[in-house]
Design a protein around this ligand. Structure first.
Ligand SMILES: [Zn+2]
Ligand SMILES: [Zn+2]
Length: 321
């Protein structure tokens, strides 16, 4: 495992930056630059790099799809949200045409936002490639086939993929070796169940844990997750709600918060918490402030422990392992 790349980071449904949103960013950037001169594109670039993320970029709007890069012709992917489409095109561009590629896809669960990218996953249309979809839901295969049944989609599953897609049932808690990586899954609390994944290879550990609610009053639940997250280099964590929402109005909605992410990662002595599955209602500035608040919380609660790095995932983010 060399690095993690985020292709879709939004929860529940895709969202797009609007014309008004772009204009607001331009206004803010130009206002802050008033009276300044720039001698070159490099100077403009340096100025833009100094702006807050929300003023110069966007977190993006594709739904869940995360790549764990191995560097070869075998790919590891978590979920098939709408981010699977740009991932598929980029994966093809990385190898000479005609190279046989294998895609190992680990499904957290079967809600629309995690499966909607599959019918647009171009590498699966190409003879010679393989797509292996792993999951623990009994209805895994049926849900993906149903997504492409009339009247919901114009091309049937078998017509589009021509037998290049295989399904593998994973037993939660039982480790499995895939493309040189040890993969273990665990049941999570979410409507219709979801599964988190622990990926381990060459002394590096990545956790993918989205669409998961954590009732912190239940000690046994907390212990199970602390053990699952133990000493991870990176924890990709469902931080869709604020803590206040997650324990009041949105309790039992099946998602977690940035605050719970910090607590679990600190208990597990993980090194890096990446906030993921952003609330679609949040604009870039709102996610920026969730990130700033999370970093402050981490500092205040750190005690004598090593710092926990905190970041917020965006479409296009790469994290080196
Ligand atoms: Zn989701
Ligand atoms: Zn879900």
């Amino acid at each position: 495992m060399k690095r993690v790349r985020f292709w879709g980071t939004r929860g529940s449904l895709p969202v797009a930056l609007t014309a008004a949103g772009v204009r607001a960013k331009q206004l803010a950037a130009l206002r802050a630059a008033a009276g300044r001169g720039f001698a070159s594109d490099a100077e403009i670039g340096a100025y833009l790099d100094g702006l807050p993320f929300a003023a110069r970029a966007t977190y993006g709007g594709h739904t869940s799809c995360v790549e764990i890069e191995t560097g070869g012709t075998e790919f590891l992917l978590c979920d098939l949200g709408s981010g699977a489409r740009p991932f598929g095109l980029a994966a093809l561009a990385r190898h000479p045409r005609g190279t046989a590629l294998t895609f190992h896809v680990f499904m957290s669960h079967l809600h629309w936002d995690h499966i909607m990218g599959l019918p647009f996953f171009v590498p699966g249309f190409i003879p010679g490639n393989r797509v292996v979809i792993y999951g623990s839901h009994a209805g895994l295969e049926a849900a993906l086939l149903r997504q492409q049944e009339p009247p919901s989609f114009p091309v049937g599953f078998d017509t589009l993929f021509g037998g290049r897609v295989e399904f593998v049932h994973l037993e939660p808690g039982v480790a499995r070796e895939v493309a040189g990586v040890r993969v273990t899954s665990m049941l999570q609390r979410h409507g219709g169940d979801s599964y988190g994944y622990r990926f381990e290879s060459q002394g590096r550990t990545v956790i993918y844990s989205t669409d998961s609610e954590h009732p912190l009053a239940e000690a046994e639940h907390t212990e199970r997750f602390v053990e699952f997250f133990r000493a991870a280099d990176l924890v990709i964590f469902d931080a869709m709600y604020s803590l206040a929402d997650s324990i009041s109005v949105k309790a039992d909605w099946g998602h977690s918060s940035n605050v719970v992410g910090v607590e679990l990662c600190q208990l597990a002595q993980a090194r890096h918490l990446c906030l993921f599955h952003h609330e679609p209602v949040f604009d870039d500035a709102a996610i920026d402030s969730v990130l700033a608040e999370t970093r402050r919380l981490e500092e205040i609660t750190r005690g004598g422990a090593a710092p926990l790095r905190v970041s917020a995932a965006y479409d296009g983010l790469e994290i080196e392992l």
